[in-house]
Ligand binder design. Structure first.
Ligand SMILES: O=C(O)C(=O)[C@@H](O)CO
Ligand code: MG
Length: 257
């Protein structure tokens, strides 16, 4: 089976955030990710990881005002200074948590911003972040997120756009974050796509579709998908990023194979 991690922003939400680390470990996970570490002291998070023998697999660069609906600021020309500060903050947390990957959320394009200006800003910000993170030995992931259901207006909504950006930026430490849920909505053909995109994939996440719940609740054949990942020469993490349809513990049948 692939090397699975638990996304603590979606799994074990029956518990306080700081208690979720123990529950993830008890369920058999060795790695965790979550949206943002920034509301917590990095020392506290580092202790939680150490106490439970967990690896911090990934977190996101600061996204702007998440609660107000922002989903990243990397494409916004008037937020470049804030983006750069966010890269510094992420590096501090990544160092403390010994985290080797961070994800850059491209952001939603406001109607007043042209596609060209959004793209040029995104490209410049990703180049900047990649160079700074490279000096720390950290990979910058770019996730393609579906713009049909969850994030209308999200700038990077296909794997093709992420690859085009990677080609333009041309940095060794930039990789595609391949989320099976988003890719099923936007592109389908999951197994063949992963095989083709493998050289560019740095991180994989999953949820079933529709509903974004655990494997077995929707249309994706996860036994075949996980078997395909096993066959590929993929040495990264595969993170459970779904909303359990009930109790998290009861949603983990897929871990057993
Ligand atoms: O929404 C998703 O899918 C994610 O992976 C979040 O972490 C935003 O990148
Ligand atoms: Mg994802």
């Amino acid at each position: 089976m692939p090397r699975f991690a638990a996304n603590l922003s979606m799994l074990f939400t029956e518990f306080e955030f700081t208690e979720r680390f123990a529950h993830a470990r008890n369920a058999g996970f060795e790695g965790v990710e979550y949206l943002f570490p920034y509301p917590y002291q990095k020392e506290q998070l580092a202790s939680l990881l150490k106490d439970h023998g967990l690896t911090q697999v990934l977190f996101n660069l600061p996204p702007g005002d998440w609660d107000a609906g922002e989903r990243g600021i990397a494409c916004l020309p008037d937020r470049v200074a804030e983006f750069r500060e966010g890269v510094d903050q992420a590096i501090e947390y990544a160092r403390a948590l010994d985290c080797r990957q961070v994800n850059c959320l491209a952001g939603l394009r406001p109607p007043s911003l042209s596609e060209e200006d959004a793209w040029q800003t995104l490209q410049a910000n990703v180049s900047y972040a990649a160079e700074k993170l490279s000096a720390e030995g950290i990979t910058l992931c770019l996730e393609a997120i579906n713009s049909r259901v969850d994030m209308p207006g999200f700038v990077l909504d296909t794997s093709g756009k992420v690859l085009a950006l990677m080609e333009a930026v041309d940095a060794d430490n930039v990789r595609l974050q391949y989320d099976l849920y988003h890719m099923q909505i936007m592109e389908g053909d999951l197994i063949r796509s992963m095989e083709c995109l493998l050289p560019w994939i740095g991180h994989i996440q999953f949820a079933d579709n529709p509903g974004r719940h655990q494997p077995g609740t929707g249309e994706i054949n996860f036994s075949n998908v996980f078997a395909a990942i096993d066959r590929l020469d993929y040495d990264g993490w595969v993170s459970a990023e779904y909303r359990p349809s009930g109790d998290t513990g009861a949603s983990l049948g897929w871990l057993e194979g």
